[in-house]
Ligand binder design. Sequence first.
Ligand SMILES: [Zn+2]
Length: 415
Amino acid sequence: MPLQPSRTVDELRELQELTGDENGAQRVAWTDTWERAREWLRGKLAGLPLDEQIDQAGNQWFTLPGSSERELLIGGHIDSVPNGGWLDGCLNVMGGAEVLRRLAEEGAPDVTVRLVNWADEEGARFGRSLFGSSAASGSMTDRDELRQLVDREGVRLPDALAEHGVDLDRATEARSQLDNAAAYLELHIEQGPVLEGLDLPLGAVLGTFGVERHRITWTGQAAHAGSTPMDRRRDALAGAAKLALEIRSIAARVGDGAVCTSGGVVCKPGIVTSVVETAEQLLDQRHLDADKLAEMLSQAQAAAARFAQEENVEVAWDRIWGIEPILFHPELVDMCDAAVEDVAGASHRLPSGPLHDAAEVSRAGIPTVMLFVQSLRGLSHTRLEDTKPEHIELSVEALDRLTDQAIAWVAAGRP
Ligand SMILES: [Zn+2]
């Protein structure tokens, strides 16, 4: 049977019906609903010549053996956030399932093709994202911290995993799954407004942003709001406020998609009758270019030092978290761009703001690319998340075309 992209739309609606409610998708990883979704996927692929396997990290693999042991992987995640949308993660899986069906129909492909449904991409229950893909990529180095994680009901992560057949101590053995992997493809909704703004259905993803996250503590002096003249104040909030506005100019100056967010400021004593003594500010900076990301950080630090002097307060920086930009494979990006242009008439190359399983696979040294499909109003992680059905169909067609090209690329001994 030829590719039937409309079947993907139908199946996604079916999955939404099966595992969602009036508030949205409820396929949180390591829950019964998530397990039901995995069983449903198994049923959807039954009858095809595929080997199914759940690895030590809970990732679900469907393998279509080819003439070569080298593998092309297509990935996604069927887990969702609570009250999530109907497309995030599962579009990737169901689009990949449709491509597998089409390939299986045509007999053994030139290379082995595997669909992977990564476990717990979202980290919605325990706060740790990319569980299954980080176990497979070898970047899961926080097992001691993982052992301590508890959900809101007080259930420990290792116990929740055990209920689904996963032993945390053996999760990183999933690494062997990537032994023969030659390339990795992932389709995803954009989750942002760029493609919609350009009136384009699809785009090729260049990589995922590098991130610098800092806690900035401004320290002044609490003082009475009535008795302290304006020129005698040491107002910690004034420094934070100046920086919150300055990061806009920094992003504009650095450009090329730079984004900076001052995501929160907590003031103490936090009462109406006192000048703010301490302001704890959270700053998130992202860029696809490592040098430009470093430049954004140093500009913000220089500006903060200046504002501290102007306001007669102190400022201290604490790095909370960071990750390098992850660039996808240039030949695969070109291939993806061409597939999009063939199917949709025009393409656009764009970075990804959110991290994805693809970033983990790419970090493991496997040539990777992602394909984005337009998100309406740029919304995601809400039941309002949506994409036009005709765009979903185009995305499956583009993934199908990209898959054929990637198979030929791997079969030819690339990369
Ligand atoms: Zn996702």
